[in-house]
Write a protein that binds this ligand. Structure first.
Ligand code: UD1
Length: 435
């Protein structure tokens, strides 16, 4: 039961290096299952979601070894269709990519219904619509998803998504890459990680065009061959450090980023008075002496990312004035606001709208990380607060941020990771204090 103990009132200064994109990596690892040969994947983030997916592949028979800290070699030549570790699959959202990857490789798949962060109901009906259109019979029962290509092979189809879904777009790309004929996905999501998945598959021999637009065309190929690929930097990790720098009034150079992917975040930060300067593959963020209120609405890319909504809410708690946040992607993504209130934040939620009365000095409190990005928001609030904040359930944070505490401490934060056994006798084991 790890916790973060944060002594607040610190200002972040210095440089931080961004890791590979979680949401690209969690699709690229299942994609490696479809490759006939060895994939060398660079810039693999060291987070628990990628570790779990690599473990699932290993248990299916893949040979996996790290060539260095962030480069992993995956050889799925000997993988065969067998029962997978369903307990692991249930823990992560991205296990749904195994449906597309297994269907593509074996013509059938059995996975669990995906887990992941709880933002209310998160259906996978658009994934199922896509697989069905490609010629699979899909059945959901007893918490499992069973999918079988009707004649042993998938066939290209024209698929219109009723919702702009990142997961459905990527899953259909996976399944269609090895299908017979041409697939066209209309009303596709356009996130950078979709382009990254398509680039990965294309570099292994796939024929995918239009990723990053709302129409993706996939000409199925016979097989994919091995090769090397480097995952793009994580847009949301970079955005989190940008917001943390701005909220604490610091000055941080965020390195290994693609500034174009950050434009939606940079634009809203500039409205708060924060200075954001792009330079090559880095951005410099300088916090304003007094942050200003803003209104924002989350939307699919290139709109403001829903995953940046909780960190931005933490920042707006310490900005001057009343800000309004509208959640445009999920029905129920403000549950963490109760935790911010424990720190003295004045935030009201009505459905998908959240009103933040800013300008309050937050005070440290015991809070929980309700989910991955909510956890990052608690840490940012804790760094801004007076006194000590204890963040529980940090396993959620470790799903998606590589060495979060180490990177923040290297910038001047004061955060300890404390591992307290559930049946604690009150003694704390300090695991990590320095960056
Ligand atoms: C992915 C990301 C997550 C991010 C989200 C939106 C991964 C592993 N997770 O989640 O971090 O917050 O994109 O950028 O990459 N929907 C349906 N039916 C479906 C699929 C989705 O109704 O079949 C709805 C969802 O409930 C949600 C909206 O569509 O309201 C967008 O969801 P989607 O883009 O699919 O998100 P995920 O792929 O689950």
């Amino acid at each position: 039961m790890e916790k973060y103990v944060i002594n607040g009132g610190t200002t972040l200064y210095g440089e931080v290096e961004i890791s590979g994109a979680k949401n690209a990596a969690v699709a690229i690892i299942p994609a490696a299952l479809m490759v006939d040969g060895v994939c060398v994947i660079e810039n693999m983030p060291q987070i628990s979601d990628t570790e779990m997916l690599l473990t699932i592949l290993r248990e299916l028979g893949a040979k996996i070894r790290y060539l260095n800290r962030s480069t992993v070699e995956i050889d799925c030549t000997d993988v065969c269709m067998q029962d997978a570790p369903y307990d692991l699959m249930r823990k992560i959202r991205a296990s749904y990519y195994l449906i597309g990857a297994m269907l593509g490789r074996f013509g059938h798949a059995k996975t669990t219904m995906p887990g992941g962060c709880n933002f209310g109901v998160r259906p996978i009906d658009q994934h199922i619509k896509g697989m069905t259109a490609l010629g699979a019979d899909v059945d959901v029962k007893g918490g499992f998803v069973y999918a079988d290509a009707r004649d042993g092979k998938l066939h290209g189809a024209r698929i219109y998504l009723d919702k702009v879904s990142v997961g459905a777009t990527m899953n259909i790309i996976l399944a269609a890459a090895l299908a017979q004929g041409r697939t066209i996905i209309e009303n596709a999501a356009r996130e950078p990680h979709i382009v990254d998945l398509a680039n990965f598959l294309n570099s292994m021999g796939a024929d995918i065009r239009g990723a990053g637009t709302d129409t993706v065309k996939i000409n199925g190929v016979e097989k994919l061959h091995g090769g090397s690929y480097a995952i793009i930097p994580d847009q949301i990790e970079a955005g989190t450090y940008m917001v943390a720098a701005a909220a604490t009034g610091g000055e941080v150079l965020i390195k290994n980023v693609i500034p174009r992917h950050l434009e939606c975040i940079s634009a809203k930060l500039r409205e708060t008075g924060t200075i954001v300067l792009e330079n090559g593959d880095s951005v410099l963020v300088k916090g304003a002496s007094a942050l200003r209120k803003i209104n924002l609405k989350t939307l699919p890319y290139p709109g403001f990312p829903t995953d940046m909504q909780p960190p931005m809410c933490a920042l707006l708690c310490v900005a001057n004035g009343t800000s309004v946040i509208t959640e445009g992607v999920y029905d129920n993504r403000f549950k963490y606001v109760n935790e911010l209130r424990k720190m003295g934040a004045e935030v009201q939620v009505d459905g998908r709208v959240c009103v933040v009365e800013g300008g309050k000095r937050l005070s440290g409190a015991p809070v929980a990380a309700c989910d991955l990005r909510a956890g990052a928001a608690m840490v940012i609030a804790g760094m801004c607060a007076a006194g000590t904040t204890v963040v529980e359930d940090v396993r959620f944070i470790e799903r998606g941020y590589e060495n979060f505490v180490g990177k923040l401490n290297a910038l001047g934060a004061d955060i300890r990771i404390v591992d307290e056994p559930e049946e604690s006798n009150g003694r704390e084991k300090i695991l990590s204090m320095m960056g």
